[in-house]
Design a protein around this ligand. Structure first.
Ligand code: MF3
Ligand code: CO
Length: 268
């Protein structure tokens, strides 16, 4: 069942999404070699609660943390751990917040210190594929137009692997609502997009094979070949002409740049 949102509901979802974005901007400042992903999780959870919201992933189907933090070959749903991040790692931080009855959901993949050109390209192409998908999230198009745009750019143009087992989703009063938004598919297929449909688009892109497996912790999804994976997620609302992006990477990107300068000054 599809729930189309009113103007008022969309503004409440935007508030939740912008809190998620603010949390990820704090994460961007906090990340550096030596920090553990459990420290990142605690910081993010405190930030969300301090702003009057709940970390909605916590206890979702039994998930035990506020954030999903996935390092290197972990694609998504990574458990925060006591392991220290090190120079050259990449880390996807997926955050959700619930307030005023509505959910927000967004994710960003960060580089720790300096990463190889090859991995930099994976991050750039994955982020770009998210925007290629968002470009198609307009009324009159179909879900398959979003899916095709992501797959065409990452898999056909760049030779990466698109994860099949996990998909984007509708959201609103629930974290996961219909429809599903796969990152692979045929143009012109699937549900027709209408104004007021709010969806999370979240490409999960592997540098190597598309195949993944479930880690023994029961949650973490890892690449089959051990190569790195990237993940970016925006919550967007379908409109005429262009999608309304309810989450924002602007502050995250600013803090990410400032942090990168700091790390390189430190090493200089
Ligand atoms: N953003 C993630 C998703 O849409 C939420 C993870 S649910 C959790 O799949 F249970 F793992 F937290
Ligand atoms: Co999501």
């Amino acid at each position: 069942m599809i729930h189309y949102k009113t103007k008022e509901e969309i503004e409440l979802i935007r508030k939740s999404c912008l809190l998620v974005s603010a949390t990820l901007s704090e994460v961007a400042k906090f990340l550096r070699p030596g920090v553990t992903t459990l420290q990142v999780d605690s910081m993010a959870e405190q930030f969300i609660r301090d702003h009057g919201a709940l970390p909605n992933f916590k206890n979702y189907k039994g998930y035990p943390f506020a954030c999903c933090i996935s390092v290197n070959d972990a694609v998504v749903h990574g458990f925060p751990t006591n392991n220290e991040l090190k120079n050259g790692d990449i880390v996807s931080v997926d955050v959700g917040a619930f307030m005023n009855g509505f959910h927000g959901d967004s994710a960003y993949t960060f580089a720790i210190g300096s990463i190889s050109e090859e991995v930099k390209k994976l991050l750039g192409v994955t982020k770009e594929s998210l925007y290629k998908g968002i470009e198609k999230a307009v009324s009159g198009n179909r879900v398959g137009d979003i899916s095709f745009a992501v797959q065409d750019y990452t898999e056909r143009k760049h030779g990466y692997g698109v994860v099949r087992e996990l998909v984007g989703h509708g959201l609103g009063r629930h974290l996961h609502e219909d429809p599903q938004i796969p990152n692979y598919g045929r143009r012109g297929s699937g549900l027709k997009l209408k104004e007021g449909l709010v969806i999370a688009i979240e490409p999960m892109i592997n540098m190597g094979t598309k195949d993944v497996f479930h880690d023994e912790d029961g949650w973490t999804i890892r690449t089959r070949d051990g190569k790195p994976a990237a993940h970016y997620e925006h919550t967007v609302c379908v409109q005429k002409g262009n999608a309304d992006i309810l989450s924002s990477f602007a502050d995250i990107e600013r803090n990410e740049k400032a942090n990168a300068n700091l790390v390189s000054d430190y090493h200089a």
